[in-house]
Design a protein around this ligand. Structure first.
Ligand code: 16G
Ligand code: MG
Length: 562
């Protein structure tokens, strides 16, 4: 490394001291903490992003957000050139960088890493980083800090894209590296025009005109609401009313948003007895999660939740149906290699009833640990892979090779049988691949796909919700002395350590009809999470309760005194 570069790194990093007494970890979704202690971390992630861009010789992204967490928190994460999450191989280095105690320690980590990874670090190679942030008040100054980190690497350029949803930034990084327009107008244009195609292809006989074409969306007082206000004006045939846009003084994620709605199962702020029966949806703070809900009665704040598992099921039903139209008998094309491998990916949090339903549809269902990066990786192994977390984060991935086949097939059909059912199915699938954000789960694009499918099928939200009935479930969290004491296997369904805990959980689970229960250390909070499912709500509550006590007995603060 050149001497000028060394001294620039030393000088720049001496401006920011890492937080004392806190060990930061890149976790499931980047670094996240109280915004006041994040400056040094964000600065170093700026450097990290520049190194990643140099190594991959591609554009990467850096997003400042803490998603569904409280407004005083913030966070930072890197978007890889593919538009996905930072390669997991780089996470340990990210942790080391964030926790280095002195500028000298930081410099030697970087020197070592650059050599090991053979990163072209001569100032000749250029690096480019697209920057985005959500609406948090701390975002602007943290973004400036990220720029300083980036500019301490020779040849690195930061392009500030201002306020964006997390999925917009992922989309733009992906588009840029494919040589396509990577601007916000291009994003809105692509998703609104593919939505329009899907609506134009709705069969005439569908009773969708009888359907209510209004959806009311809770924007979590975050960035999603404000972007949806722009997008909605580009759509026809769909009326979107946005509440909690953040413009009317509401506090981000405070009693609003997808995380709140999904976990508490009550109406978000701004919704209530006037909304009985209406189709409602909720985004999280950075708009990468979407759940739907309805208010069943005006006498309580309880909602009927339509979660990520049901969105996944709706998508799976539609895709499967279109695939079968496309491959229908009577198709004289000998080269009809359209048997796409369609698969779905879930985590242990998926409601057991959803998994049964998807298997009944004849689909291959795969489980991974929690966290988008794990689901995404598995879904990418299919021709069409649909993944969702129950919390509402998910998308559909189409393989490049299958998409090229589909495009060619569509061209053939448009010559031989334009306007046929088969060609319409091909066009619908192509439109889905353009509407859906293939970089990451995206509340805006998933909302439009849900709406298009409901209209296509002429389904109300109630009808959609009846695809299957959720098993009652309960989630709890337990504060423990050291959450890393819990390690798991089999997509987090079995606790390997501490010894004996899984046996205790099994014994408790066996007492409940249709009981299922697992524990895992949170990747974003200092707690152990407990998930329980059973045939009745009382049983799910009692199972979760007993297992929380087991966790406390093995690992809680009481246990350390024994
Ligand atoms: C993050 C993850 C989300 C996961 C959640 C689990 C991303 C983009 N987000 O929000 O997928 O469900 O963490 O949180 O990966 P937990 O580990 O605290 O339960
Ligand atoms: Mg989020």
């Amino acid at each position: 490394m050149k001497e000028e570069q060394r001294s620039l790194l030393l000088q720049s990093s001496s401006l920011f001291s890492p937080p004392q007494g806190v060990k930061l970890s890149y976790g499931t979704a980047g670094f996240r903490a109280d915004a006041s202690i994040l400056r040094s971390t964000v600065h170093r992630v700026g450097m990290l992003a520049a190194l990643r861009s140099l190594q991959t010789r591609s554009v990467v992204g850096l997003m400042i957000t803490a998603s569904h967490n409280k407004v005083t928190d913030n966070g930072v994460k890197i978007v890889d050139p593919s538009g996905g999450m930072l390669s997991q191989e780089w996470e340990p280095f990210a942790d080391q960088l964030a926790n280095a105690q002195t500028p000298e320690a930081l410099l030697s980590l970087i020197t070592e890493f650059v050599e090991k990874e053979r990163i072209p670090f001569d100032g000749l190679q250029s690096a480019e980083i697209l920057l985005g942030r959500d609406t948090r008040p701390s975002g602007e100054s943290l973004l400036e800090v990220a720029k300083q980190g980036i500019s301490s690497i020779f040849g690195a350029i930061a392009l500030d894209l201002g306020i964006l949803t997390t999925p917009q930034l992922h989309w733009m990084v992906r588009a840029r590296n494919k040589g396509k327009p990577a601007t916000e107008p291009a994003y809105f244009e692509q998703i609104s025009s593919s939505f329009r195609c899907l609506v134009d292809l709705i069969p005439n006989e569908t009773e969708s005109n009888k359907m209510d074409n209004t959806v009311v969306v809770d924007g979590a007082d975050g960035v999603g609401g404000e972007k949806l206000e722009v997008l909605k004006n580009m759509l026809t045939g769909l009326v979107i009313e946005v509440r909690n846009t953040g413009k009317d003084g509401g506090l981000l994620n405070d009693g609003v948003g997808a995380d709140y709605v999904q976990k508490e199962k009550v109406v978000p702020r701004g919704f209530g007895s006037n909304d009985v029966g209406i189709r409602c949806a909720s985004f999280d703070g950075d708009a990468d999660r979407l759940v739907y809900f309805t208010v069943p009665t005006n006498s309580s704040s309880k909602i009927d939740l339509v979660d990520g598992d049901k969105i996944l099921s709706l998508f799976a039903v539609f895709i499967k149906e279109q695939l079968s139209i496309l491959t229908k008998e009577g198709n004289e094309n000998p080269n009809n290699n359209s048997q796409a491998r369609l698969g779905v990916v879930q985590t242990a949090y998926a409601n057991g009833a959803s998994t049964d339903y998807l298997k009944q549809l004849g689909l291959e269902v795969i489980f991974t640990p929690t966290g988008v990066k794990h689901l995404h990786e598995k879904a990418a192994q299919f021709d069409i892979g649909i993944y969702f977390e129950a919390n509402g984060h998910g998308t559909i991935l189409f393989s490049e090779s299958w998409l090229s086949w589909l495009e060619a097939r569509n061209n053939e059909l448009s010559l031989a049988s334009a306007g046929s059912e088969q060609q319409k199915a091909a066009l619908r699938l192509l439109s889905v691949s353009k509407l859906i954000n293939q970089a990451v789960g995206d509340a805006l694009s998933c909302l439009l796909l849900v709406e298009a499918i409901l209209h296509h099928k002429g389904w109300s939200i109630q009808k959609w919700n009846e695809l299957y009935q959720d098993l009652p479930s309960r989630q709890l969290k337990v504060k423990v002395v050291d959450r890393t004491a819990v390690t798991t296997t089999n997509a987090e369904t079995i606790a390997v350590s501490p010894p004996g805990i899984q046996e205790a959980i099994d014994a408790e689970t066996a007492k409940h009809l249709k009981g299922r229960c697992f524990i895992r250390p949170s990747g974003t909070e200092d707690v152990i999470r407990v998930y329980a499912e059973a045939s009745t709500q009382e049983a799910a509550d009692s199972l979760a309760d007993s297992v929380a006590k087991i966790v406390d007995r093995f690992l809680g603060f009481g246990s350390s005194k024994q």
